[in-house]
Design a protein around this ligand. Structure first.
Ligand code: ADP
Length: 256
């Protein structure tokens, strides 16, 4: 039978902000179960690409297909409903709320913090949602967050905060997970845990992953393929072990 379309296919993505071309000519696709790395120096356009996919800043040119369906310009909440979950470069957890409460919100919001009251109402108004509870409990167990479930997120270490963010994304039961620097600020041990969880999420849930990451050891360690950007343009793509040795990539990192 016909080969399944890629989970994600970006073709000729361009996005401008005023006179600035943040990204142009960005082409890549992610197949089912792939962990795909996106790298590049600060300002190279990585976040702009994820914002184009998730609908926060639709592209000015090009197309984005999810499972073969064109979703270019689709609103963020609709993209989320189609099975795309993301974590943010800067933690987007709600201080003053517990680990559990933060994770619960992942069942209801797929957007930036502004919609909190609606989400809370929804949760309070629908206490009998057994399925929500089941998914949340299962993810808490998967990410080994049981012992801190009732702690406020404010005081927990960064490695665990990132893990709570991952949990919040996973309870939405995505099939495409976009992780924006999930290991930023982590020590070696915390990075190891996070890498393991990403690999397990793929293996056990068949999730495809777009991974933005600065740590090249992580990229070469867990990504199947990768793309490097510089000044908003593609400079190399392919197998991580080869791409990281590409002179243009080396130059972008050392020169930049
Ligand atoms: P990266 O994620 O690789 O650090 P970004 O995608 O954040 O890069 O930024 C790429 C370029 O687009 C930068 O020049 C940045 O200043 C610009 N840019 C990104 N988002 C916006 C925005 N909302 N408004 C104006 N310029 C932006």
């Amino acid at each position: 039978h016909a080969k399944a379309p890629p989970v994600l296919e970006c073709r000729g993505i361009e996005r401008r902000f005023g006179g600035i071309v943040a990204v142009s000519g960005v082409d890549f696709s992610i197949h089912k179960g792939e962990i795909f790395g996106l790298v590049g120096p600060n300002g190279s356009g990585k976040t702009t690409v994820t914002n184009a996919i998730t609908g926060f800043y639709p592209p000015n040119k090009g197309s984005i297909c999810l499972d073969g369906k064109d979703i270019t310009g689709t609103a963020p909440h609709k993209v989320a409903k189609l099975g795309v979950a993301r974590t943010f470069q800067n933690l987007a957890l709600f201080n003053g709320m517990s680990v559990l409460e933060n994770i619960l919100l992942g069942r209801h919001i797929h957007m930036k913090p502004g919609v909190l009251p609606t989400a809370l109402y929804w949760w309070v108004a629908r206490p009998s949602e057994i399925r929500n509870r089941e998914v949340v409990e299962e993810v808490i167990e998967f990410l080994q967050l049981e012992s801190i479930r009732n702690e406020l997120v404010d005081g927990i270490p960064i490695g665990l905060k990132k893990r709570v963010e991952l949990a919040r994304a996973l309870v939405a039961e995505p099939h495409l997970l976009i992780l924006d620097e999930p290991m930023a600020g982590m020590n070696q041990e915390e990075k190891g845990y996070m890498a393991r969880f990403i690999l397990d999420a793929r293996a056990e849930r068949g999730i495809s992953v777009l991974l933005i990451e600065h740590h090249m050891d992580v990229i070469t360690g867990i990504c199947d393929r990768m793309l490097a950007l510089n000044y908003g343009e593609m400079i190399a793509s392919g197998i991580p072990k080869e791409v990281v040795k590409d002179p243009r990539v080396v130059e972008a990192y050392i020169g930049g």
